[in-house]
Design a protein around this ligand. Structure first.
Ligand code: HEC
Ligand code: HEC
Length: 188
């Protein structure tokens, strides 16, 4: 391919991207819809109960992906499947933008276990971020309730929650590893 062809392709693809309709997610609209969520996930997405994960500060892409997965039945949870059944894609994007924009909290974790977890956490940081802060499709682990993290790791291991990379990661870890990793990330 010569230079002219290359630059033609480049300008065409740029024109394509700039011509896409702007569908900026609306944080204020998300906040309006979030009234039905905070009973479980807490004010501003910071939950005081480990049954219900913190949503604050997760990447918006991750939150939207999960809401779509619950709605489609690809991620199985009775409560969340019914909560998402009537949400449109626009509602989902707005809710994701709202919770993502909220300040994350620290759930905390057992200090001794957290130390053991720190020693094993290196293999997680490439995807979940150097501080477990998450990025794009990769969820935030930092500050999440340890009991929730542990439960999800178990779900990946048994295959009741699907994800290629996480099922492969969890397959090689023991329940003790899960506890330690969960305590470490919860304490960040
Ligand atoms: C009745 C309680 C309840 C309500 C109300 C509820 N949720 Fe949930 N939510 C849960 C539970 C329980 C889970 C964990 C599911 C699991 O174990 O897989 C969850 C998980 C999630 C997750 C995945 C989090 C993660 O880290 O993967 C998202 C995103 C979410 N909820 C968003 C919402 C939104 C948005 C609303 C409001 C429209 C909402 N939830 C309302 C109970 C609830
Ligand atoms: C190759 C990339 C990759 C690596 C390495 C990785 N993860 Fe993940 N992890 C993911 C992806 C992608 C998801 C989201 C899966 C989905 O969409 O349901 C995820 C989800 C999770 C979740 C669910 C979080 C939530 O909010 O529900 C936990 C817990 C988790 N990972 C822990 C870990 C731990 C601990 C390690 C290291 C032992 C690790 N991950 C290593 C890619 C990775």
């Amino acid at each position: 391919m010569n230079l002219l062809q290359q630059s033609l392709i480049l300008s065409c693809s740029l024109a394509f991207f700039t011509a896409l309709p702007v569908s900026a997610a609306d944080i204020a609209a998300g906040e309006q819809k979030a009234g039905t969520c905070i009973g479980c996930h807490g004010q501003k997405g910071s939950s005081s109960n480990a049954q219900w994960p913190n949503l604050a500060g997760h990447p918006a892409t991750y939150l939207a992906n999960q809401l779509k997965a619950f709605k489609a039945g690809d991620r199985v949870n009775v409560m969340m499947q019914s909560m998402t059944a009537n949400l449109s894609n626009e509602d989902i994007d707005n809710l994701a933008a709202y919770f993502s924009s909220q300040k994350p909290v620290k759930a905390g974790g057992d200090a001794t276990l957290a130390k053991a977890g720190e020693a094993k956490a290196g293999m997680c940081l490439g995807c979940h971020g150097a501080k477990g802060q998450g990025n794009g499709q990769f969820p935030r682990l930092a500050g999440q309730h340890p009991a929730y993290l542990e439960q999800q790791l178990n779900a990946f291991k048994t295959g009741s929650r699907k994800s290629g990379p996480m099922q492969a990661t969890a397959a090689n870890l023991s329940e003790e590893d899960f506890k330690a990793l969960a305590a470490y990330f919860g304490s960040l």
